[in-house]
Design a protein around this ligand. Structure first.
Ligand SMILES: Nc1ncnc2c1ncn2[C@@H]1O[C@H](COP(=O)(O)OP(=O)(O)O)[C@@H](O)[C@H]1O
Ligand SMILES: [Mg+2]
Length: 241
């Protein structure tokens, strides 16, 4: 299978505070890479480095054959990288439909009809269509998480970055999120899925990468990673929430 993302020797810092170091991994097209690791391991920082919110001070990120290491979030979105935020960030005063329209209208040369059709398609696939007219600020946490995914999908990404979409949800709600991710997998989109609570997603991923204090600790098939001494040590004393 074709590698769609290659991260090589990534180093990221906030000012002088170094977070990620010597991080390297690949993602194959249409696969789901799960990224796990305790709080503060640098998972969101990795998202930021992939989506362009922070620029690495060393290393390279090649996406779909293009070196995007220093490109802006806008350029990356146009290249086909979409992301969700750990804390949902909809336009609170806009309706669900309007929020998704903003994503769907992103880019150039789309007709109004195509934009609306895209928004409707995405709302249906994320089970939000019935709530199109609801103001985003009134949504439940589950629907806010769905809206994060819908807004990202509306930009038609080839690579979708999910940052703790299951966090804070009940078991039944987590199940709904898992079903949505399963559906997305079926569409052939490539996904990097970060969760702090590992049991949630381990079984839905093709590969797992465990981060610890900013570097890749272990990488491989989910069963192998989950059974590893490294993961046991990292999570020792960390209760699943
Ligand atoms: N904007 C920021 N400025 C400075 N330090 C940050 C910033 N964001 C995160 N950090 C620090 O970087 C480390 C990794 O954070 P983060 O990537 O959010 O971890 P995770 O998502 O794995 O919990 C933590 O020590 C955190 O306090
Ligand atoms: Mg995080």
């Amino acid at each position: 299978m074709r590698k769609i993302l290659n991260v090589d020797n990534l180093h990221v810092a906030y000012g002088k505070f170094k977070v990620l170091h010597e991080l390297s991994f690949d993602v194959e097209e249409s696969q789901v890479l799960g990224v796990i690791g305790p709080n503060g391991a640098g998972k969101t920082t990795l998202m930021n480095a992939l989506s362009g919110l922070v620029i690495p001070y060393d290393g390279t990120v090649v996406f779909d054959g293009v070196n995007i290491t220093k490109k802006s979030p806008d350029e990356r979105c146009r290249h086909g990288i979409g992301r969700t935020y750990q804390v949902p960030r909809p336009f609170e005063g806009l309706t669900v439909f309007e929020n998704v329209l903003v994503g769907a209208a992103y880019g150039v040369g789309k007709s109004e009809r195509a934009v609306i059709a895209k928004a409707v398609e995405v709302l249906k696939s994320t089970s939000l269509y019935e709530k199109s007219d609801t103001v985003a600020g009134r949504l439940t946490l589950l629907d806010r998480k769905r809206l994060e995914i819908a807004r990202a999908l509306a930009t038609e990404p080839k690579l979708l970055l999910l940052d703790e979409v299951a966090a804070g949800l009940t078991d039944a709600e987590v199940h709904e999120v898992m079903e949505l991710v399963e559906y997305l997998k079926g569409t052939g989109i490539t996904i990097i899925w970060i969760e702090h609570v590992i049991k949630t997603m381990a079984e839905s991923t093709d590969k797992l990468l465990c981060l610890s204090t900013g570097t890749g600790l272990i990488y491989g098939d989910p069963d192998y990673v989950m059974a590893s001494k490294e993961v046991e040590e990292v999570y020792l004393g960390v209760e699943e929430e």
